[in-house]
Ligand binder design. Structure first.
Ligand code: PLP
Length: 418
């Protein structure tokens, strides 16, 4: 059973100041989870998590993660600016972008970020843009084909399609990029790959690590380039459904260590740092979207209308993603009703839940949508003139802090030319 980190009494108190809908994050949960990740990789002295800013681009969250020793992974100009304003600099920033404009490489270089090149042609583009090659450069690898793990009767545990993905360079291009960068003056190299998203499996990172460690050993031998770090990127998932098992980050860290000791240590590369760029794993379970039931409707189906909509959380509408729902104060009530829980967009896809068994909902009930801490608020938009909500932090001491105010109509009109 999924239990909210917020009680009905707390939520009632909060809405006196901050009306629904709002996103709220659990500081204690975020910190504990970040510490579990750090402990799982403590065997690697250079280990660092670069939180994927796109998952939750909120200064209150980024600063908190920085206190836990995390860096940030940025992919755009404004994400870099945000990182800078939150106090991140130099090797605390990874810049993993694609189709990158020159000004973004310039800012990344000025901040001293680790630049992660998405393509072989970006080597010359970066050199032309900066007039030099950075001391340290990372290259993104795409092995092509299909990436699949753990076949069973139910299918594959992990299945994704790097061969169809726009990211990264081929294996021969990776060696070519290293050689050209070395010629231009780069001294330290990184290798990065992101092969599967939201994996519910302890096997994804270890399998990816084996692939990247072997690739690093081979490319280092082939090119004479010094590999300083391997970036396992994102992709470790979270159980959105209550019946799904959670990943065990301690087991994942231990299995990556095994691969490291079997492949990199014998290759004389026992000083290589391991980096991660997790977004979802770091934040998703520690965010709730809180919304009020405002209408009910009985036609061919039973509908509950809420004051949030897909503009606050687009994953259900766009991916058909499951987000668990708890009716606050009715945590233990029997789920005797079946509802579609819907937002107010003029789009029939604006459904947070379809045919969901829930306790009987009364108007004014507060609903929690679970696991919205990553790729939730950040994917929001203004369709139908909807305004972005506030983001709140539930502090470890129980206090509530505003991290981002709700948009007002003035924000919506601010860019218009009349
Ligand atoms: C989105 C992204 C991540 C984070 O992915 P999660 O699924 O949230 O872990 C990490 N690295 C890069 C380059 C990304 O684009």
């Amino acid at each position: 059973m999924k239990k909210p980190f917020l009680t009905l009494a707390q939520a009632r108190e909060i809405i006196k100041t901050y009306p629904t809908p709002f996103h709220i994050y659990d500081e204690a949960g975020i910190r504990e989870n970040a510490r579990r990740l750090k402990a799982a990789f403590a065997w690697n002295p250079g280990f660092k998590e670069y939180f994927a800013v796109k998952a939750t681009p909120t200064p209150g969250i980024l600063k908190l993660l920085r206190e836990e020793g995390c860096g940030v992974d940025c992919s755009s100009l404004t994400e870099l600016m945000l990182a800078e304003r939150c106090g991140f600099s130099g090797g605390e920033i990874m810049f993993s972008s694609n189709e990158t404009p020159a000004e973004e490489f310039e800012l990344a270089a000025r901040l001293g970020a680790h630049i992660n090149l998405d393509d072989l042609t970006h080597v010359e583009f970066l050199y032309k843009t900066l007039g030099r090659a950075p001391e340290t450069v990372c290259c993104r690898f795409n092995p092509g084909g299909v990436f699949a793990l753990g076949e069973s009767k139910e299918g594959f545990q992990v299945m994704d399609n790097p061969g169809q993905a726009k990211y990264g360079m081929t294996r021969p291009q990776l060696a070519q990029a290293f050689l050209r960068l070395k010629e231009l003056g780069t001294k330290r190299f990184g290798i990065h790959a992101f092969l599967a998203s939201n994996t519910i499996s302890n096997e994804y990172y270890p399998a990816l690590a084996r692939l990247l460690f072997q690739t690093a050993a081979d490319v280092a031998a082939e090119t004479g380039c010094a590999v300083a770090f391997i970036n396992l990127s994102g992709g470790v998932g979270v159980p959105y459904r209550p019946e799904q098992p959670a990943n065990d980050i301690a087991v994942i860290g231990e299995e990556v260590r095994r691969a490291y000791e079997e492949i990199l240590v014998p290759a004389g590369m026992g000083d290589v740092a391991v980096f991660t760029e997790l977004g979802r794993f770091m934040l998703a379970p520690f965010g709730h979207l809180v919304t009020t039931a405002v209408h009910e409707k009985h036609i061919y189906k039973e509908y509950i209308g809420v004051d949030a909509c897909a503009a606050n959380l687009m994953r259900p509408a766009v991916y058909g993603a499951y987000h668990h729902i708890t009716v606050l104060g009715k945590e233990d009530a029997p789920c005797g009703r079946v509802y579609d829980v819907v937002g107010s967009l003029c789009e029939n896809s604006d459904k947070f839940a379809i045919d969901r068994a829930l306790p009987e909902i009364e108007m004014g009930d507060l609903l929690v949508l679970h696991d919205t801490g990553a790729h939730g608020f950040s994917m929001g938009y203004n369709y139908n003139g909807k305004l972005r909500s506030a983001e709140l932090l539930l502090k470890a001491d129980g206090a509530v802090e505003l991290m981002r105010r709700a948009e007002t109509p003035d924000d919506y009109f601010a860019t218009l030319v009349w």
